[in-house]
Design a protein around this ligand. Structure first.
Ligand code: EMZ
Length: 386
């Protein structure tokens, strides 16, 4: 196994039982592992709801560190649809040529900076910087603001020794209160102002709803994007021939992005709360207990993906669920895809190879499963294409 590989820890349980079990702060989770069941349960929002107590559908549960509902993520239909409609257009802006050009300028600049160095740590110096700078485009606010978010570190709810750190979460919450207030005083054309002007069911959005939407925007796309970017660098470091292939066959870029996202599955799973007694794969699920939709497992399901543990850059049929599935599919997916597309294009244009100097895996523990999701750190050198 070469080092950038992310093994699939779910295969045996997926084949034998279809579900796995884990405890999480005394609120157990039945992990749904097969592609078809994951999609079926995601589709069935009446039985498997998102609108439970705020924080409870996230694994690990965030009920002890927040009581603000993230919107539209923790709301069920029909309200979900109306909230989502308020932001859907805004989150499609990454598809515009002008947005892509700005992203290109940011990413080219960052790659150039890295090319001039003998060593860099990808997670903290490259991926976090890239993610934070790109977020200024998504929010439509000045580039300089990225520096504040970079200073918060990788995860907004986690610190080094504490996977659920309420003090850390408060940094974000206080910051958002300030920014919302600022936008209320001085309306402009950023996301805060757009939300302040938005109406839900004939009334203005409340400050709490705006904050819930902003928390999702900050938290949902942070470590996921950072992992995807870091894994992309690690993959091309170990497969320089793949970078060369993309240089020669730019037409497969779109497929390559989907395939990398399938393979990396940056978000391992997302929970739901059962609204009634039911079952999944003949496993009883009690009302008010939790399941999780394990995107990472579904994306390695051999009944759907040929050679699921291989990265086939031009994979043709690729119904992956790395961005979720159904009603709640990822709002930030256009932005995330553009980031990866522009990043890979830029690497192919400028970088000959990437040398790995040292690295440490980031392994998540989910009950009986240990899943490598990326790297804690990975030190590399970018070598320029001449
Ligand atoms: C939540 C979640 C959303 C959660 C799509 O995922 O991402 C997690 O990283 C956050 O901790 O609060 O936003």
């Amino acid at each position: 196994m070469s080092k950038s590989e992310l093994p699939d820890p779910f295969e045996k349980e997926r084949l034998e039982k279809g579900v796995g079990k884990m405890n999480d702060q005394d609120d157990p989770v039945v992990m749904v592992l097969r592609h078809k069941d994951v999609r079926r349960c995601a589709h069935n929002w009446k039985t498997f709801q998102s609108g439970a107590q705020p924080g409870r559908i996230v694994v690990p549960s965030e009920v002890h560190i927040r009581d603000i509902r993230q919107i539209p993520f923790e709301v069920d239909p029909p309200e979900h649809k109306e909230y989502r409609a308020l932001v859907e257009g805004w989150f499609r802006r990454p598809l515009q040529a002008e947005y892509e050009a700005k992203l290109q300028t940011q990413i080219s600049g960052l790659v150039e900076e890295m090319l001039s160095r003998d060593s860099l740590e990808v997670v903290s110096e490259f991926s976090l910087t890239l993610q934070s700078r790109a977020l200024t485009l998504l929010l439509n606010i000045p580039f300089e603001e990225a520096q504040t978010w970079i200073s918060w570190g990788i995860h907004v709810f986690r610190s080094d020794n504490n996977p659920l750190d309420a003090d850390k979460a408060n940094i974000l919450y206080n910051y958002l209160d300030e920014q919302i207030e600022k936008a209320a005083q001085n309306p402009s054309d950023n996301l805060y102002s757009v939300l302040l002007a938005s109406e839900f069911q004939g009334r203005k959005l409340t400050r709490e709803e705006i904050k819930g939407t902003m928390i999702l925007t900050f938290a949902g796309g942070r470590d996921t994007v950072i992992n995807a970017v870091t894994n992309t660098i690690a993959y091309f470091a170990e497969h320089p021939q793949s970078l060369e292939r993309l240089r020669n066959e730019p037409e497969i870029l779109g497929r390559a992005v989907e395939e990398l996202v399938r393979y990396f599955s940056p978000l391992t799973h997302m929970g739901r709360v059962a609204t009634e007694d039911t079952q999944v794969c003949e496993h009883a699920i009690k009302a008010d207990s939790r399941i999780s939709l394990c995107w990472a497992s579904a994306n390695r399901d051999a009944s759907v993906f040929e050679n699921p543990n291989e990265i086939m850059l031009d994979r043709k049929t690729n119904p992956h669920v790395a961005f979720g599935f159904g009603t709640h599919n990822c709002l930030g997916a256009h932005h995330a895809r553009q980031i990866l597309k522009v990043l890979i294009k830029t690497l192919a244009e400028k970088v000959e190879s990437i040398t790995i100097q040292k690295k440490e895996d980031n392994v998540e523990e989910w009950g009986e499963f240990n899943r490598k999701v990326g790297f804690e750190n990975i030190h590399v050198k970018f070598n320029r294409l001449s």
